[in-house]
Design a protein around this ligand. Structure first.
Ligand SMILES: Cc1cc2nc3c(=O)[nH]c(=O)nc-3n(C[C@H](O)[C@H](O)[C@H](O)COP(=O)(O)O)c2cc1C
Length: 214
């Protein structure tokens, strides 16, 4: 059995990011029942970012898995053994959510060697990075996974990107103070592109599973 871990770094269980991640999972599952999908919602876990305890860098006992114990510990240990990793986040103020960033600190700091500045994960694996946002391909403020992306690339491998632009942020635009957005333009964009974004997510999950089983 091979395992793909999908990490949802957004708070909403049934909106854009969750839907994209669900499709990645469906695509991967469609390939074979030899693929196990594990979905983790970071907002349901109580955890801290890197505590700078330096336990991962103690001489003779260095570890590329975080040694700090909290609700993230079992997940970090599971990722070390996984065969594929999918990360998803809405874009908040140009970045991934605080929860995603906090999680990534704990994942990546133990990979980093302060002896030679190399980044070494316990195991390399295919990675998909998902972002959803209000911005459009032409105009957006997203820095995506930002400074964490080179760490992911060095330690796990070149990530594949899936971006859903100009998402529908609420179910009913009339209910909220959202005059800066044209509901009609949002709806037209969604009608034209949303299914395509979901299809890309499905296909990416499928390709990930195929590459794992190859
Ligand atoms: C606190 C907050 C900050 C946001 N900041 C941005 C932003 O900087 N750029 C952007 O394009 N969208 C921004 N958005 C919109 C979300 O990224 C977008 O609606 C996303 O698809 C929401 O994902 P979800 O439906 O999975 O919750 C923001 C939304 C919230 C709630």
């Amino acid at each position: 059995m091979k395992k793909i871990i999908i990490i949802d770094g957004g708070p909403r269980k049934n909106f854009n990011t969750a839907s994209m991640l669900q499709k990645v999972g469906e695509g991967a599952s469609s390939v074979s029942n030899e693929i196990e999908i594990k979905l983790v919602r970071l907002y349901e876990l109580d955890y801290k970012g890197c505590m700078s305890c330096m336990a991962c860098k103690i001489k003779g006992k260095a570890s590329n898995i975080c040694k700090f114990k909290d609700a993230l510990t079992p997940l970090l240990e599971e990722i070390a053994q996984a065969d594929g990793l999918v990360l998803g986040s809405p874009i908040y103020f140009g970045d991934v959510t605080g929860q995603m960033r906090t999680f990534l600190e704990r994942l990546a700091f133990p990979w980093l060697s302060y002896n030679d500045y190399s980044m070494t994960a316990p195991k390399r694996m295919p990675v998909i990075l998902v972002e959803t946002m209000n911005g459009t391909p032409e105009m957006n403020n997203s820095q995506g996974y930002g400074s964490m992306e080179p760490c992911i690339k060095a330690a796990l491998g070149e990530p594949e990107h899936l971006i859903a632009y100009n998402t529908y942020q609420v179910k009913n635009y009339d209910r909220y103070e959202l005059a800066g957005f044209s509901e009609k333009a949002k709806r037209m964009y969604r009608d034209e592109f949303w299914e395509g974004y979901l299809q890309k997510a499905f296909d990416a999950g499928k390709h990930m599973a195929e590459s794992i089983l190859k």
